[in-house]
Design a protein around this ligand. Structure first.
Ligand SMILES: Cc1cc2nc3c(=O)[nH]c(=O)nc-3n(C[C@H](O)[C@H](O)[C@H](O)COP(=O)(O)OP(=O)(O)OC[C@H]3O[C@@H](n4cnc5c(N)ncnc54)[C@H](O)[C@@H]3O)c2cc1C
Length: 462
């Protein structure tokens, strides 16, 4: 069976929802937008599918509106839907998932004055260019979808456990949790279990909070190469300062020195890092390929813990666990795992080699880079020359307007959003960045397929 659509939005997370809703607002009322992704996660993706109230947004509500040009949209939704929280609070992520779901529901309602949105509960396995210059998408349910344009919003999966499979003894495998988001893995452990969390970023923080909320009382051990934890937000948030760096003005090491000096002068580094937000993407674009490599190798881990921070109440809970000795952070690299008398022994290599004896090991390595071989769809598109890897292997290569750069011209009407485009934009992980990209891509697609809503028609926006 083949169905037709004007634009196919591929994915089921925030990026896909934001783009689909922007398209519905921007395209002519006769246009049709299809959102193709697995129903279980529509609009929520990995980030907002959690059902735990202890998992909070790491950005205040006031900055999480779906629309950059309607900054109060989320806060208004909260008050209209009986939530008492204010704009400067860090809301449970599952509530944010409900907000995105409710915006999608509104977009799905038939309206004579907006483009129509359809949801297709399937994945896209492959796509090819048609003679007319559009796409034929092959879905996992056997349906074929013909689209004038398409957008990849397929996000990133989770990083594999950084331990070679042949260094894990067969008897130890059952004590290892590869994907902490997959199921309620903690249910099979006793409440006094000792648990090793591999990774010390926001995924590790989420798992610690969950274990604490579920009444676990055993030791929590966490390990990563540098042992860096996300920094806390402060409340009230200080107004960001003016950017202290400008694009294309020097070496990475010089930029970092300037940042440190400004942070010392200001007395709060948050004001300085937050002040860089409006220019972060331009700073990245202004670096040469070798400067970007150097940044990734030496500075990115430090950048990430300062840029992607913990809500203050989360930071307080983590500090409490650490002060009580219930969470201990190690520096090093887990090298091997073996089974010993009902537990597992994990060999940690680092400055001081050590062995940790625990009941379970949980992979908290965080988000994977969006490499082409990590996604069957991207691998198929790459074979057809429709997408290419970015030179740093962060995702796929796009131009400044987020249009995919193919192996050879002409450029097909194919766009990408979110972390997939980190090679071009770098900071494109969080809602405040992706929502700007979604609005810009919707405008670009509307122009490209010639189906923009006429300017004189009053828009009935969501
Ligand atoms: C645990 C966690 C917490 C976060 N918290 C915050 C926060 O508080 N604030 C913030 O601003 N940002 C946060 N982020 C950042 C987050 O990445 C973004 O906010 C946003 O959710 C990214 O959405 P996405 O749609 O690009 O990717 P994803 O959420 O990964 O969604 C991509 C979806 O596409 C689907 N898909 C993949 N391949 C196909 C295919 N071939 N066909 C159809 N569908 C496919 C996948 O199954 C997946 O559901 C968090 C991220 C994580 C992981």
């Amino acid at each position: 069976m083949t169905t037709d659509t004007d634009v196919a939005v591929i994915g089921s997370g925030f990026s896909a929802a934001a783009l689909a809703i922007n398209l519905v607002n921007r395209l002519a009322p006769t246009a049709r937008v299809s959102l193709v992704g697995r129903k279980a996660k529509w609009g929520r993706g990995i980030a907002y599918s959690t059902r735990a109230d202890c998992h909070l947004l790491n950005v205040t509500a006031a900055r999480m509106s779906l629309f950059a040009d309607q900054p109060d949209h989320f806060v208004q939704w909260l008050s209209q839907n009986g939530y008492a929280q204010a704009g400067d609070e860090f809301i449970p992520r599952q509530v944010y998932g409900r907000y995105i779901g409710s915006c999608l529901d509104t977009a799905l309602e038939p309206s004579g004055n907006r483009a129509a949105l359809h949801i297709v509960d399937a994945e896209v396995a492959d796509a090819e260019i048609t003679a007319e210059g559009g796409f034929r998408l092959m879905l996992t349910d056997g349906v074929t979808l013909s689209a004038g344009a398409a957008a990849l919003c397929t996000g990133a999966g989770f990083r594999r456990l950084p331990i070679p499979e042949d260094a894990i003894a067969p008897g130890a495998r059952q004590s290892i949790v590869d994907d902490p988001w997959q199921d309620e893995w903690w249910e099979r452990l006793p409440k006094d279990a000792d648990i090793l969390l591999v990774g010390t970023g926001l995924t590790m923080i989420d798992q610690c909070l969950l274990l604490k909320a579920r009444g676990f009382e055993g030791r929590l051990l966490a390990v990563s190469r540098r042992g860096l934890l996300p920094q806390p937000h402060l409340t009230p948030r200080k107004q960001p300062g003016d950017p202290v760096l400008s694009p294309g003005t020097g070496e990475v090491s010089g930029m970092l020195s300037r940042l440190r000096a400004s942070a010392r002068q200001e007395g709060d580094w948050r004001k300085v890092t937050d002040g860089l937000r409006p220019v972060t993407q331009a700073l990245w674009t202004g670096l040469s390929a070798s400067q970007r490599q150097r940044f990734l190798r030496h500075a990115a881990p430090y950048w990430n813990v300062h840029r992607h921070r913990m809500a203050p109440s989360v930071a307080a809970e983590i500090a409490e666990l650490r002060n009580a000795g219930r969470l201990v952070v190690h520096r090093g690299r887990p090298a091997s795992v073996r089974a010993v008398e009902g537990q597992i022994e994990v060999e940690i290599r680092g400055r001081a080699n050590t062995t940790l004896c625990v009941d379970a090991l949980v992979n908290c390595s965080g988000l994977e880079r969006c490499t082409i071989d990590a996604s069957p769809l991207l691998a198929n598109l790459s074979k057809r020359g429709l997408v290419t890897a970015d030179p740093l292997g962060l995702g796929i290569w796009v131009d400044d307007a987020s249009a995919c750069l193919p192996a050879s011209e002409p450029k097909p009407p194919l766009y990408a959003l979110g972390l997939l485009t980190a090679g071009r934009h770098w900071e494109i992980t969080a809602v405040p960045d992706i929502r700007v990209q979604a609005a810009a891509v919707a405008a670009a697609i509307a122009g490209r397929i010639g189906r923009a809503r006429p300017a004189d028609e009053g828009a009935v926006r969501i």
